[in-house]
Every structure is written in structure tokens, then in C-alpha cells.
Design a protein around this ligand. Structure first.
Ligand SMILES: CC(=O)N[C@H](C=O)[C@@H](O)[C@H](O)[C@H](O)COP(=O)(O)O
Length: 224
């Protein structure tokens, strides 16, 4: 059975997402493991890591809690964050204490409740990546341990914003639901604001670990 105290250790802290897209020059498990160590040195209390190879490489160099996920493109669904229980179970076996998966209401290959049960049986907690308040409620009803605002802006029916979805955070807090703030938190001020709005902890990715993306922000600013 999963260790629920992991979530207590993350409370109020910064989780750094260490991911590189397939076309990134940083797309290498060794490089991801070094990004993870740099995040740890900077004070991250946990890491969010994509892909079996990267989870294995990061687990080998740090004892920090890992939120593991896969990104799998499938023809039969729009859902790509850990779409199957088998992937979730494998992530748990490789040392992810928490498995993140798409918990949106979109059609999916496998039922959420069954995925949650399989991942729990493998010893990991489940983070439901959601895009709306209703999806957060449904995720908790079906057994999620925590939900994250990861997918706001990435489902066609959620708010499409350039920045963080503050309104969703307010809704979650207002409904008394524990939540993680994630998605387009592109500055320390955004991270702090998320905590003000009641987040349990925050996940920051691009602004810390994607220099190609950050370079684009600066380049764009110079054009204005
Ligand atoms: C939508 C989706 O697929 N999000 C992914 C989930 O793991 C990652 O690509 C993001 O980098 C992560 O959520 C952190 O967000 P940001 O990089 O904006 O700080």
C-alpha cells in the first residue's frame, strides 16, 4: 500500500518538473538526471519526471520523491498522460512514489477507478491531472490521492489562458478540495501566488528546466 506521508513532505514546497520533449537537445535520461540534481541543489522537495527511462535515471541519483508519468500518443484517445494502468504500475516499480495521470473527462482507454486501484496496489499514490473543478471532484470520488491543475488550457472545454488558471485554483480552494498548482507558473511570484490561493504545493517545469522555451520568451520580448 502506498505511503501517504509522502504528500506531507511536499506540502508548501516546490516540485520541479524535469522533462524534455522528443525534439529537445536535452532529450537524454542522463541530462534529465542532472537537471533533477540541479533542482535538488536549489531546494526542490520533489521532482516530476516523464518516461520510464528518465524515472529510472533520476531514481538512481536522488532520494527525492518522484511524481512519474508517461506521455503516450495513441490513435484511440486524446488522453496522453499515463493513459494505461500498466504504464502507471511500471512507473511505481521504477521508484515513482506518485503516479500522475490524465483525470479529465475525455474518453479514455481504461476506467479511472480501475487505474487508481492498480497503481495503489503497486505501492504508489495517484495524482489526477485535471482541467476543471468537476474533473477534480470526479477524480477524488474515484480514489485519487491529490489533483493538479496541470491540464487547464489543454482540454478544449477548459479556460485557454496564457498564464496560470487562478480562477480554477480559487474554485478548488472554495470547494474545500486539496490541490496542486501546475501549469504556466512562469515566475517565483506565480508560485507564491498559487500558495496564497491555497495550493498544497506547486509544480514548475518550463521556467526552470526548458532553456529552449525560456529563450523563446526572451526572444519574443525583444520583438515588442
Ligand atoms: C500539459 C502537459 O502536458 N503538461 C506536462 C505535464 O507533465 C508538462 O509538459 C509540463 O511541463 C508540466 O505540467 C509543468 O508545466 P509548466 O512547464 O507549464 O511549468
Amino acid at each position: 500500500m502506498p505511503d501517504r506521508t509522502v504528500l506531507d513532505g511536499l506540502k508548501g514546497g516546490l516540485i520541479v518538473s524535469c522533462q524534455a520533449n522528443p525534439d529537445s537537445p536535452l532529450r537524454d535520461p542522463y541530462i534529465i538526471s542532472r537537471l533533477a540534481l540541479a533542482a535538488e541543489k536549489g531546494g526542490a522537495v520533489g521532482l516530476r519526471v516523464q518516461g520510464l527511462e528518465d524515472v529510472e535515471a533520476v531514481r538512481a541519483v536522488t532520494a527525492l520523491p518522484i511524481i512519474g508519468l508517461t506521455k503516450t500518443d495513441r490513435d484511440d484517445t486524446e488522453v496522453y498522460i499515463t493513459p494505461t494502468a500498466a504504464e502507471g504500475v511500471r512507473l511505481a516499480e521504477l521508484g515513482a512514489q506518485i503516479v500522475a495521470l490524465d483525470a479529465t473527462s475525455r474518453p479514455r482507454p481504461e476506467a479511472l477507478a480501475e487505474m487508481f486501484a492498480a497503481i495503489h496496489a503497486a505501492g504508489a499514490l495517484v495524482m489526477g491531472d485535471i482541467s476543471t473543478l468537476d474533473e477534480a471532484r470526479a477524480a477524488y470520488d474515484q480514489g485519487a490521492d491529490i489533483v493538479s491543475t496541470t491540464l487547464s488550457g489543454y482540454t478544449p472545454y477548459s479556460r485557454q489562458l496564457a498564464g496560470p488558471d487562478w480562477e480554477l485554483m480559487q474554485e478548488l480552494h472554495g470547494a474545500g478540495l486539496t490541490f496542486v498548482a501546475e501549469g504556466r507558473l512562469n515566475s517565483p511570484a506565480d508560485a507564491a501566488q498559487s500558495m496564497q490561493l491555497g495550493a498544497s504545493f506547486v509544480v514548475v517545469g518550463s521556467a526552470i528546466t526548458r532553456p529552449d522555451v525560456i529563450t523563446g520568451w526572451f526572444k519574443q520580448a525583444l520583438r515588442n
